[in-house]
Unconditional design. Structure first.
Length: 226
């Protein structure tokens, strides 16, 4: 109903005695409410249009940054991703931060990359699936240097929660235990992967290979004999 129609109907009601008292009591509030409704609809449409425009602009900026990265212009790509990470819409802010973390890996600054991934994993703006990815990425970078307690602290939540990343988390825990010569724990993690029907086939194959290596170690053999 347009404002013109609304006022016409109110005017017609006023001419009828049975509606006059109602209008006298509620008319001003009704008119005010109608005005708010119209303004609210207009505001919502404007906000939706602004969001769509922002997303389109951010998508173009993100694509340009990727093109710069692919062309080897790392400095300009980093500037573009940094600008998006600071001022872009939420989704593109998160994606830009992933790209910045990946760039740190490429330059060899693993500590900075881990810090960026850790921040993404705990940020409320990051989607749950992407939080898991950030957790896996950070743990992967820490695999060569972290002790098993740290790796378990980083990854156990993904396993306990049944995250889609739980299989990768278990593999990383198994690899960490193997690196630290904790063969019973390594065998436990890789055996769990093989026993789980949901384990992806390529990951299951890697678990098979790791178990073959583990079974051939003296520590594993002595543990099995017990």
């Amino acid at each position: 109903m347009s404002d013109r129609d609304f006022f016409r109907e109110v005017d017609e009601a006023v001419r009828q005695d049975k509606y006059k008292a109602l209008l006298d009591r509620y008319g001003i509030y009704a008119v005010f409410a109608a005005g708010l409704f119209v303004a609210g609809v207009a505001g919502y449409k404007g906000w939706t249009y602004w969001q769509e425009s922002q997303a389109q602009a951010a998508g173009t900026e993100f694509g340009t940054a990727l093109a710069l990265q692919d062309s080897g212009d790392a400095a300009k790509a980093q500037d573009a991703f940094t600008a998006l990470a600071e001022k872009g819409p939420v989704g593109y802010r998160v994606l830009a931060r992933f790209q910045l973390a990946s760039a740190e890996v490429q330059t060899g600054d693993k500590d900075k990359a881990v810090a960026l991934y850790d921040a993404l994993a705990t940020d409320g703006d990051t989607d749950t699936i992407l939080k898991g990815l950030a957790t896996i990425q950070a743990a992967t970078l820490r695999l060569d240097t972290a002790d098993y307690a740290e790796m378990e602290r980083r990854l156990k939540g993904l396993i306990d929660q049944g995250s889609p990343w739980s299989y990768s988390a278990r593999e990383l825990l198994g690899l960490s235990a193997y690196r630290l010569n904790n063969m019973p724990e390594a065998e436990k993690q890789f055996s769990a992967l093989i026993a789980d029907q949901g384990t992806p086939s390529n990951l299951r194959e890697r678990a098979d290979v790791m178990l073959a290596l583990i079974v051939g170690t003296p520590q594993s053999l002595s543990t099995t004999a017990k």
